[in-house]
Design a protein around this ligand. Structure first.
Ligand SMILES: NC(=O)c1ccc[n+]([C@@H]2O[C@H](COP(=O)([O-])OP(=O)(O)OC[C@H]3O[C@@H](n4cnc5c(N)ncnc54)[C@H](OP(=O)(O)O)[C@@H]3O)[C@@H](O)[C@H]2O)c1
Length: 339
C-alpha cells in the first residue's frame, strides 16, 4: 500500500517514518517538507532503507494518487486545507492534528483559534481512538486523537464504562508532557535553558484537547461530562502522563476499580494494566504501549487513575499506524511491536 507522509520533517512525521520503515505492507512514496526538500530522508533517519528524499509540500500533493493513504503530521490549519484536497483526489486520510477531532464546528474559534472551513467533513471524520472504536476498510478520514486526550481517555475509560464515577463534579485531568509535545517550531519558551530544571503549567483552562476529552468521555459515560484539564511542560524529550481524578460513586470499592480496569482493557493490545506499580513514562518511551493504573482514595472518595505513554508513538505516530492497520483490515499490531 502506497503511503504519503505530509509534515515528515516534524517530530511526529519523523516518528511515522521510523515505524513505517519496518511496516511489512506499506511503502512510503513521498515524505513532504519544504524546509528539507531535496535532502535524503536517511540524513534525518539513519535506518531509512532507500534513497527517498523529502519533497516540497506542493509537489507531494501534486503527485498524490487515488488509492494511496495520506498521513498528515501537519499543523491543524494546514490539515484543514490538505485533507479535503487529498480526499477529492481519491486518497484516504489519517490526520494527526486536531482539525477534524471535534464534531461541532462552532468550537473551533474558541479552542483552536480559527473558524472551521470544512464543517461538512467533521461528520465524515472517524475519531480514531482504537480502544473506543477502530476505523474500517470503508473509512475515508480519520482524526487521530491528541496525545493528552489519548492518555486521559485510556485512564478514565474503565471508570466510566463501569459506571463508577459520580456526576455533579468535573473530572480533573492533570497532564504532563515532554518538550517534543510542542513540536519542532522555534519558540524561545522552549529553549533548553528555559525548560531544563523547571516545571510549569501552560494553557491553563484553555488547552485545545479539553473539548476532545469531554467528547470522548461523554461517549463512554453516555452523558455530558465536564473536564477541568491542565497541561504541564516537563524537562524531558518525550513521554506523557495523564493523572485523572474523578469522584467515586457511593459504594464503589477498590475491588470494583481493579475489576473495571482489568475488564475494560483486556482486549486492548497496547494497553497494560498495572497492579504492582504506577505507570512510568520512561518504561514506555519509544514503544506504542500505554500503561494504566487506578486507585480509590477511600478517604476523599476520589478515584485517581493514571496513564503513561510516549507522546510521539501511542500519542501520535503509533496510534496513526494502528488506525492505518484497521483501515487495511490488518492485525492492529502490524509493524508496531518492534522497538
Ligand atoms: N508532537 C506531539 O507530541 C504530537 C502528538 C500528537 C499529535 N500531534 C500533532 O501532529 C501535528 C504535527 O506535530 P509535530 O509536533 O510533529 O510538529 P512539528 O515538529 O512542528 O512539525 C510540523 C511539520 O508540519 C510541516 N508544516 C508546517 N507548515 C506546513 C504547511 N503550511 N504545509 C505543509 N506542511 C507544513 C513542517 O514542514 P517543514 O519541514 O516544511 O517546516 C513539519 O514537517 C500537529 O498537528 C500536532 O498537533 C503532535
Amino acid at each position: 500500500v502506497d503511503v504519503v507522509v505530509f509534515g515528515a520533517s516534524g517530530y511526529s512525521g519523523l516518528e511515522l517514518l521510523r515505524w513505517l520503515a519496518r511496516h511489512p505492507v506499506v511503502r512510503v512514496v513521498a515524505a513532504s517538507s519544504d524546509a528539507l526538500k531535496g535532502a535524503p530522508v536517511r540524513g534525518r533517519l539513519p535506518e531509512w532503507p532507500d534513497d527517498l528524499a523529502f519533497s516540497a509540500h506542493d509537489a507531494a500533493l501534486a503527485s498524490a494518487r487515488t488509492g494511496q493513504i495520506a498521513l498528515l503530521a501537519t499543523p491543524a490549519k494546514t490539515s484543514l486545507d490538505l485533507a479535503p484536497a487529498l480526499l477529492d483526489k481519491g486518497l484516504r486520510v489519517i490526520d494527526l492534528s486536531g482539525a477534524f477531532r471535534l464534531v461541532d464546528a462552532a468550537l473551533y474559534p474558541e479552542w483552536y483559534g480559527f473558524p472551521h472551513s470544512h464543517p461538512g467533513l467533521l461528520s465524515l471524520a472517524h475519531y480514531g481512538l482504537v480502544e473506543i472504536s477502530a476505523p474500517n476498510r470503508s473509512t475515508r478520514l480519520v482524526a487521530n486523537p491528541g496525545c493528552y486526550a489519548t492518555a486521559a481517555v485510556l485512564a478514565a475509560l474503565p471508570l466510566l464504562a463501569s459506571d463508577l464515577v459520580g456526576a455533579g463534579a468535573p473530572i480533573v485531568v492533570d497532564g504532563k508532557s515532554g518538550v517534543t509535545g510542542a513540536g519542532r517550531t522555534l519558540d524561545e519558551s522552549l529553549l533548553f535553558a528555559e525548560v531544563a530544571e523547571s516545571l510549569r503549567p501552560y494553557r491553563v483552562a484553555r488547552h485545545q484537547h479539553t473539548p476532545e476529552i469531554e467528547r470522548a468521555l461523554g461517549r463512554l459515560a453516555k452523558r455530558d461530562v465536564m473536564v477541568s484539564f491542565t497541561a504541564h511542560l516537563v524537562p524531558m524529550r518525550r513521554g506523557l502522563i495523564a493523572s485523572v481524578y474523578a469522584p467515586a460513586k457511593p459504594g464503589v470499592s477498590q475491588a470494583d476499580v481493579a475489576r473495571a480496569l482489568k475488564h475494560a482493557h483486556a482486549a486492548h493490545a497496547f494497553v497494560r494494566v498495572l497492579e504492582d506499580r504506577p505507570p512510568e513514562t520512561g518504561l514506555v518511551a519509544y514503544t506504542n504501549f500505554a500503561e494504566v493504573s487506578a486507585t480509590l482514595d477511600e478517604r476523599a472518595r476520589v478515584i485517581a487513575a493514571f496513564c503513561a505513554l510516549d507522546n510521539l508513538v501511542k500519542g501520535a505516530a503509533g496510534q496513526a499506524i494502528e488506525n492505518l492497520n484497521a483501515m487495511l483490515g490488518l492485525d492492529p499490531a502490524t509493524g508496531l511491536t518492534a522497538r
